[in-house]
Design a protein around this ligand. Sequence first.
Ligand SMILES: [Zn+2]
Length: 149
Amino acid sequence: MAKRTAKATTKRAPKKAPMTRSEVMRAVKSKNTRPELLVMACLKDEKIKFSTHAKLPGQPDIVLSKRKIAIRVMGCFWHGHSCKNGNRVPRSNIPYWTAKIKRNVMRDRENLRDLKKLGWQVINIWECGLRKVNWKEKLIETIMRLTQS
Ligand SMILES: [Zn+2]
């Protein structure tokens, strides 16, 4: 009997109503499974050594020093991704947000160029990509490919 109830809780939850913007922002902030942590957990599972807080252009989130690969985990909204989260238009202060995101995108581009100059290969992981079922396989594949090249 006990087993049965446990199983029931894993059942897919009914579709929720779309969140309001403030609910979304709150959810994003309070999430303890931050995207970087998901990526780090994946690397750990694969026994791929990495470090964080590297002193490199733009301070990439995760660095595989031996392979000279930098991984940047990017929030779609803040970094102006071309997906639906990245294209979300804030309800207030539009000029402020637009300018801020534009600056982020420019800085990301500059940092990418500087990292490459220093001989680093860069993997950008978009937050939305982490929702795809096979993102881990894809990431590992990319790391392997870049390691061989
Ligand atoms: Zn995205």
